[in-house]
Design a protein around this ligand. Structure first.
Ligand SMILES: Nc1ncnc2c1ncn2[C@@H]1O[C@H](COP(=O)(O)OP(=O)(O)OP(=O)(O)O)[C@@H](O)[C@H]1O
Length: 227
């Protein structure tokens, strides 16, 4: 029996009272790499926000990493987020502290106490994105691609069951996008499950995978054409 990490049944996504997506039926299983595509304004970000508890699910059924999205209470959102790694287009690193301190901040905020264990974990995640030697730098001293790799490392800190990446290459040039994508692919090969919203069709062609499309207030799976 498959035990999906994410399952939505007849779900509807709203921004306040505006219906953005309806009849959403989606299943993501452990180890999957799934793209979410669609034109600007079709609801990719709203879909992602619903998954990490930023927008409440008011219609249909939804479960993600063991949480029922319909029953999700404000106080449980931090616990949901701990099981998710979220990566954004604009990196969202804290510019007033070093890379190491950015990661330390997240570990402390999520209940880690032991300095040695925290340092080991930071080394481990930075190693995964090939950024171990830059841990003393400040975010503004890094290129966009490097900052995004740090943001991916940060998403890995609590061994997430699912990584949600919302346009992770949106601010990067094509070559750097490929480099960041290589990191995500490697992480996926190592067993991490990833849902990535993107409008970068070049990446889809280069790294084909299961693809969901937002269009006309619906989400459906598309079969990629090999041109
Ligand atoms: N905070 C908000 N309040 C009300 N409506 C919103 C809000 N944010 C987005 N919307 C609307 O929801 C719809 C979907 O937006 P969303 O950002 O989810 O699309 P998207 O596919 O992620 O677009 P993009 O690729 O430009 O990021 C749009 O019509 C947008 O105007």
């Amino acid at each position: 029996m498959s035990n999906p990490i994410l399952e939505l049944k007849n779900a509807a996504v709203y921004q306040r009272e505006n219906l953005i997506l309806s009849d959403v039926n989606v299943e993501i299983n452990k180890g999957d790499f799934v793209y979410l595509i669609g034109k600007t304004g079709t609801g990719k970000s709203s879909f992602m926000k619903t998954l990490y508890g930023d927008i409440p699910l008011k219609e249909g059924e939804g479960s993600i990493v063991g949480h029922d999205l319909r029953q999700l209470k404000e106080k449980n959102i931090p616990f949901l987020r701990r099981k998710l790694g979220v990566v954004f287009q604009d990196f969202k690193l804290l510019n007033d502290r070093t890379i190491k301190d950015n990661l330390m901040f997240v570990l402390k905020a999520t209940g880690w106490k032991e300095t040695k264990a925290m340092e080991n974990k930071i080394d481990q995640v930075l190693d995964k994105v090939d950024m171990k030697t830059k841990n003393f730098k400040y975010p503004y001293q890094l290129s966009g691609g490097e900052q995004q790799r740090i943001a991916i490392a940060r998403a890995l800190l609590n061994d997430p069951e699912l990584i949600l990446a919302d346009e992770p290459t949106g601010n990067l040039d094509p070559q750097t996008s490929v480099e960041v994508m290589e990191v995500l692919q490697e992480i996926n090969r190592n067993g991490n499950t990833i849902l990535m919203a993107t409008h970068d069709y070049a990446l889809l062609l280069k790294y084909p995978s299961k693809t969901l499309k937002c269009d006309g207030q619906k989400v459906f799976e598309v079969v990629q054409k090999t041109a």
